[in-house]
Design a protein around this ligand. Sequence first.
Ligand code: ADP
Length: 396
Amino acid sequence: MAKIMAINAGSSSIKFQLLDMPAETVIASGVMERIGLATGIFTLKFDGKKEETNPVLPTHAEGVELLLHTLIEKGILKSLDEITGVGHRVVQGGEYFQDSALIDDEALAKIDKLKDLAPLHNPAHIIGIKAFQKALPNVAQVAVFDTVFHQTMSPECYMYATPYEWYENYGVRKYGAHGTSHQYVSQRTAELLGKDAKDTKIIVCHLGNGASICAVKGGKSIDTSMGLTPLEGIPMGTRSGNLDPTIVSFIAEKENLSASQVVNILNKKSGYLGMSGRSNDARDVTLGMDEGDYRCKLTFDVQAKRIVDYIASYYVLMGGCDAIAFTAGMGENLIHLRKNILDRLTVLGVKLDEEANNVRAVEREITTKDSAIKAFIVPTNEEVMIARDVIRITNK
Ligand code: ADP
């Protein structure tokens, strides 16, 4: 028996889940938000209860101290010695990491070196890791990278047709993201198909605020829609996804902005938010669509069209497809978006079961028995993957 903490540290927040392994049950979970501001928010869920307090959290270190102290105080843990490992989600592992890794000075230095490629994420992860190292100096810390699952892509999938020196000098290539989710969901989908993962061809649609599509053949990622950064691919909550790069200099000139200011707009003010003019949240855009707002409907249609472009291309790349899996906030909950996507795939023999599709966030098959490609809703579980990796890596 082991109790493992799965951590996702951001610049002003720490999400956590305490799991009992190998049972994979959640003992407690929650988030510390507004770290560094005048008042923080500490949400803790355990025993079917949800408690919220407003402690002052000057830095991540105080957040971690308070979290551990509270776990003891509430009787969730008898002693901190019960925690046998901490797994940290790390967004960018570059080409340094082909697997999750035990965190030592060398691993930390590499994560730090990769901050160029993930300026918002990797520095925040390091702060989180150091806070746990300080609080639990004798406990193994493991980094679980979003990019590792995609390291199996071949050069023809990950290379851009840019000067080769950009790759050699600066690491310009596709790395992808959401790897932990794509891996979990594809493994689970293989189980639902009743097949060994190595005998499957699965397309995972991770559709959250950030969204990416992944072609998983034989249990391995062979291509994915996010690129050097999460901007590439399909339109998302606030990101544009693919576009003609000339738009950057065109708009920079028109609106008197720098290239990085335009890229910032492509990351933060585009996608659902920019197109609908309402919100980055799919629930608000759905409301608009139901009221007959043209731009809201167009937002979903543009995204569905582009998702289907990827599905069609991955179908050919994999030489067929056994199943399409929908996951994350929108993939699990947006009934009309799944229908919009799957109806466009009729030409490949996909047959949606409208009644089965009429659910939110439950694991189930949503195509008819005679559908040529099956489709499933598979709620993602990145924390379980992180906890499994902590056990696997520390047992090595
Ligand atoms: P991320 O983790 O990338 O921030 P999520 O996976 O939480 O994103 O997905 C957020 C998106 O999921 C939002 O657009 C939100 O509107 C949508 N979503 C979440 N719950 C529901 C729901 N019950 N019905 C419709 N959409 C939902």
